[in-house]
Design a protein around this ligand. Structure first.
Ligand code: ZN
Length: 143
């Protein structure tokens, strides 16, 4: 198990821009604020989204496109470094008007309205993602 002990740094609240991609907006916030390691939580609504589930056998993401407005009932994730730049990993639970929900790895989403909370973590070496041969994913490593 890889562990790091951080201290709480800045807390950033932001209203996301209408019509922009949510993962890109999270990444811009991290880049503009110099956040290398952090946690995030967001709520709001998306006009469309792509969720994914990782196939543990084939090591490929199966994608589900939601081409309709959805409520972002929950979105949580983290920020760490990949190839020296902030990388956002986020999951979301999205619901439509009947409250039927979908959940999974959030690939992208077009923002209708969104509010995000980012907690900067500091006081330790930043977490860095490295290729993991067992899972085929980029996981936190010791580099
Ligand atoms: Zn994921």
């Amino acid at each position: 198990m890889l562990t790091r002990n951080f201290r709480q740094g800045r807390i950033i609240f932001a209203r996301l821009d209408h019509g922009e991609d949510i993962i890109r907006q999270f990444t811009i916030l991290a880049e503009e604020n110099g956040i290398e390691t952090g946690a995030l939580s967001a709520i709001g609504a998306l006009s469309s989204a792509i969720l994914a589930c990782y196939d543990q056998s084939s090591h490929e993401y199966g994608k589900i496109a939601l081409n309709e407005p959805v409520e972002m009932a929950s979105c949580s994730g983290n920020i760490s470094l990949k190839d020296g730049r902030p990388f956002v990993h986020a999951h979301a639970v999205l619901s439509e008007k009947t409250a039927r929900t979908w959940g999974g790895h959030l690939i992208s989403g077009t923002i209708f309205a969104g509010e995000v909370y980012i907690q900067e973590l500091s006081g330790s070496l930043p977490l860095k993602r490295v290729a993991d041969s067992v899972t085929g994913l980029y996981l936190w490593g010791n580099e």
